[in-house]
Design a protein around this ligand. Structure first.
Ligand SMILES: Nc1ncnc2c1ncn2[C@@H]1O[C@H](COP(=O)(O)OP(=O)(O)O)[C@@H](O)[C@H]1O
Ligand SMILES: [Mg+2]
Length: 245
């Protein structure tokens, strides 16, 4: 069974303590939304989960399917099934999207003997589904992508690389209504009993297209409320101030 257990996780960046004991448990089949005001530490949690080198874990643990990933490298986390989407600041000029995806897929799923042609057909199919042109395959990874293209590419990576746990940070930012719908459809299609989602979002825009099973509110590095989608609706109406007080 798929289960990501984030326990009492605290972390700092540049010597500043940002996460102060976060507990979130994501099981296969579940969609969790992590919400919170600006600066609460949501993206920090995403970065800590993927093992970004600037973020230092001070305590607690990250365990996926019984495997302790707390001190593991980003590559080991990815191999364990945690989804690492290349985030905005990283571009890899010179590495074509097609070869990046093929290399990453072979590392994650060595048992799949898919041929090159079959694999690229899969990629083409998903490019279409997220609304990207086929010529995208021969571009360099994140090199000169627009905000919207980066988000679509993130979802493409999810659909192709097939992780067990998908962490998406502000996937709805920079997308127009139509692009958001395509992205949400891909997420829903990928959703199964074998996959858990942690969708990080400030606004509840994406949650209009995707129903979360659980909603967590992060304020000042701590989860201060847990609930279901009604909690997200309350945030939409009343903002975050009522929680902070
Ligand atoms: N790389 C970094 N260097 C310095 N401070 C950072 C860095 N990343 C995050 N922070 C700080 O951590 C706090 C939480 O930021 P962040 O996790 O981005 O919040 P959120 O995503 O909830 O808006 C903020 O005070 C931010 O300035
Ligand atoms: Mg953020």
């Amino acid at each position: 069974m798929v289960e990501l257990k984030i326990s009492n996780l605290s972390a700092s960046v540049e010597g500043k303590k940002i996460l102060k004991g976060v507990d979130i448990d994501v099981k296969g089949g579940e969609i969790h939304a992590l919400m919170g005001p600006n600066g609460a530490g949501k993206s920090t949690l995403g970065n800590v989960l993927i093992g970004h080198p600037n973020y230092v874990i001070e305590g607690g643990s990250i365990i996926l399917d019984g495997k302790d990933l707390t001190d593991k490298t980003p590559e080991e986390r990815a191999r364990a099934g945690l989804f690492l989407a290349f985030q905005s600041p990283i571009s890899i000029p010179g590495v074509k999207i097609s070869s990046f995806l093929r290399t990453a897929y072979k590392q994650l799923h060595p048992e799949d003997k898919v041929t090159v042609t079959e694999f690229f057909n899969r990629v083409k199919e998903h490019l279409k589904l997220v609304g990207l042109d086929e010529s995208f395959m021969s571009r360099s990874v994140n090199d000169g992508f627009s905000g919207g293209e980066r988000k679509r590419f993130e979802i493409l990576q999810m659909a192709i690389l097939k992780p067990k746990i998908v962490v998406l940070d502000e996937i709805d930012s920079g997308l127009d209504v139509d692009a958001l719908r395509l992205v949400a459809e891909e997420i829903i299609k990928y959703h199964s009993k074998e996959v858990g989602f942690l969708i990080i979002t400030h606004y509840q825009r994406i949650l209009k297209n995707i129903d979360p099973d659980f909603v967590h509110i992060l304020v000042d590095g701590k989860v201060v409320r847990n609930g279901d989608k009604n909690l997200a609706l309350k945030i939409e109406e009343e903002g975050y101030d009522w929680i902070k007080e």
